[in-house]
Design a protein around this ligand. Structure first.
Ligand code: HEC
Ligand code: HEC
Ligand code: HEC
Ligand code: HEC
Ligand code: HEC
Length: 393
């Protein structure tokens, strides 16, 4: 090759390499919501003189803040036979439906209402006021730490529990924010949908980069079967810690859950998130709480959460992930794993409960009445026996 040919060859080589590198797809970090705007928005709430937003409007009207065509329940609780519905061509996860093929990971509010399952019962889940009346038995969240008037129902109770915002679970839960879940001075979910981070959520500083818009909660969102736990290899991964913290709001407590960023779990775990309302069921004992006991070793005074399964005894036999009693991981993984490692994986609230509603009392994942000690008729690979592997023998 002449000098000129040589120079041309190398220039072409560099140009081609650069083009090749430029056209390589970027690594998949975000898989944001897609679809034409009018799948979800209406500009004037009018088309051919007809109302465009009919799916559950704000405060009883058919208009929604952010010009959406529905409210939370309008888009997410359509009540059809599909656990994932379409808005135009955009898939929307459903939390209230009669799909016989199963429910999404959070459960299904249809069990509370009786549209699905063995009949309506307040005890089957969280009585979210958007579609059900108050819980007949419960007012405040059971286990709430009574501190400066909160958690005896002053802030959240069965009469105001809602999807998002101060009295809800999703989004930004600022104390003293007004009721509206989509809009107020500091909107509960504003911006979350368009910035939704899928897959690994290990930042958890905003609603959008937290697990399922639960601000401050880390986790891994199933990418194989979106929004679902379907098998030992296809499921969400929950985040936990091997030691629960002391949660409360005064002297002697190491962490308060209410910060300038709103109410969120200080250690980013799923169980601490539940404990932001049900504090005593999770925290180590403090001056203002009875908690699960004063240390994270047995004996406990309430069933522990955010405690590792011992790598010995009956717990050592739980080695294959069971979606009937899932464990949490102390590091957010890059993908779902079908292995369970006693000694490091932890028990959490969602090992026994669902988040929305189930067909069983106390929102349990299974029928507690079937768990009988040393009884061969007990379901051996279900419920309590998934971890307490010898108690049914
Ligand atoms: C699949 C449903 C969906 C589609 C498609 C969609 N949006 Fe949205 N958008 C929402 C929802 C739900 C909210 C309100 C809740 C939130 O902010 O998380 C919202 C909020 C917004 C907001 C206010 C909050 C923010 O993120 O800035 C703007 C602006 C917006 N959308 C513009 C658009 C435009 C422009 C399009 C089309 C290019 C579009 N949207 C398409 C669902 C959708
Ligand atoms: C206009 C329809 C619409 C409205 C209104 C709406 N959503 Fe959504 N929502 C969607 C769609 C579409 C998705 C799927 C997003 C995706 O694939 O990233 C979604 C996803 C979600 C998710 C799952 C996020 C994840 O990590 O996968 C949650 C939680 C959620 N919405 C909660 C709410 C709450 C709470 C409200 C009311 C404050 C609300 N949504 C209002 C359309 C809507
Ligand atoms: C924003 C506050 C709040 C958060 C966060 C919260 N709960 Fe609740 N929970 C309540 C309230 C209020 C009640 C009582 C009213 C009702 O049952 O709807 C309740 C009731 C319950 C019940 C009893 C249901 C019944 O009717 O017998 C269970 C079980 C439960 N919660 C579990 C959980 C779990 C698990 C989590 C975390 C995934 C969680 N909660 C997160 C407020 C909350
Ligand atoms: C995901 C696993 C898991 C599930 C499911 C589970 N447990 Fe446990 N359980 C544990 C762990 C971990 C401990 C603490 C072990 C230790 O540190 O000694 C524990 C401890 C206990 C203890 C002893 C507490 C003490 O003071 O030592 C009892 C009693 C108990 N569990 C009952 C139950 C019952 C009843 C069920 C079903 C409703 C159940 N567990 C479901 C993991 C589980
Ligand atoms: C080992 C399984 C297990 C774990 C883990 C667990 N629960 Fe429960 N929970 C139960 C069972 C079983 C009941 C039914 C009442 C009983 O047997 O004590 C119950 C009842 C409840 C109730 C209703 C209490 C009432 O007074 O009616 C609430 C609220 C609750 N759990 C919340 C939580 C929260 C929050 C966590 C995590 C911090 C959690 N649970 C962890 C098994 C569990």
């Amino acid at each position: 090759m002449s000098k000129l040919e040589n120079a041309i060859f190398w220039s072409l080589f560099y140009v081609c390499t650069t083009i090749f590198l430029l056209v390589l797809p970027p690594p998949l970090v975000l898989a944001r919501m897609t679809g034409p705007c009018d799948n979800c928005h209406t500009m004037h709430n009018s088309q051919d003189g007809l109302v465009m937003a009919t799916a559950g409007g704000e405060s009883g009207s058919s208009e929604n803040f952010f010009l959406t065509r529905g409210s939370c329940i309008g888009c997410h609780a359509m009540g059809t036979a599909n656990k994932i519905e379409l808005l135009g061509n955009t898939p929307v996860p459903q939390v209230l439906h009669v799909d016989g093929s199963g429910d999404l990971a959070g459960g299904n509010f249809a069990y509370l209402l009786g549209n699905k399952g063995s009949g309506a019962s307040d005890a089957k889940g969280h009585n979210v006021i958007d579609f059900i009346n108050e819980d007949e038995l419960l007012y405040a969240p059971p286990g709430g730490i009574v501190q400066s008037g909160h958690n005896i129902g002053v802030i959240v109770n069965d009469g105001n529990l809602t999807c998002a915002g101060t009295n809800g679970c999703h989004g930004y839960r600022k104390v003293s924010m007004t009721y509206d879940p989509l809009y107020s001075g500091t909107p509960g979910l504003s911006g979350a949908h368009h910035n939704n981070v899928d897959g690994k959520c290990d930042v958890a500083t905003t609603a959008s980069n937290s697990y399922r818009f639960l601000t401050g909660v880390k986790g891994y969102e199933n990418q194989t079967d979106k929004w679902q736990n379907v098998s030992s290899s296809s499921h969400n991964e929950y985040f936990g810690q091997a030691t629960p913290i002391q949660l409360g709001c005064s002297t002697g407590n190491t962490s308060c859950h209410a910060t300038s960023a709103g109410v969120s779990p200080p250690d980013n775990t799923m169980s601490q998130f539940c404990a932001s309302c049900h504090g005593n069921f999770h925290t180590l004992t403090t001056v203002t709480s009875s908690g699960i006991g004063s240390s994270f070793t047995s004996p406990f005074i309430r069933h522990p959460t955010d405690v590792a399964l011992p790598a010995s005894g009956e717990y050592a036999s739980y080695t294959s992930y069971n979606i009937d009693a899932p464990v949490a991981r102390t590091l957010v993984p890059d993908a779902a794993s079908s292995a369970v490692t006693p000694g490091s994986d932890v028990v959490m609230c969602l090992s026994c409960h669902a988040a929305h509603a189930t067909d069983f009392p106390d929102m349990l994942r299974w029928d507690y009445d079937l768990m009988k000690a040393n009884d061969p008729s007990s379901p051996s690979n279900s419920g309590c026996f998934v971890c307490h592997t010898t108690k049914d023998d």
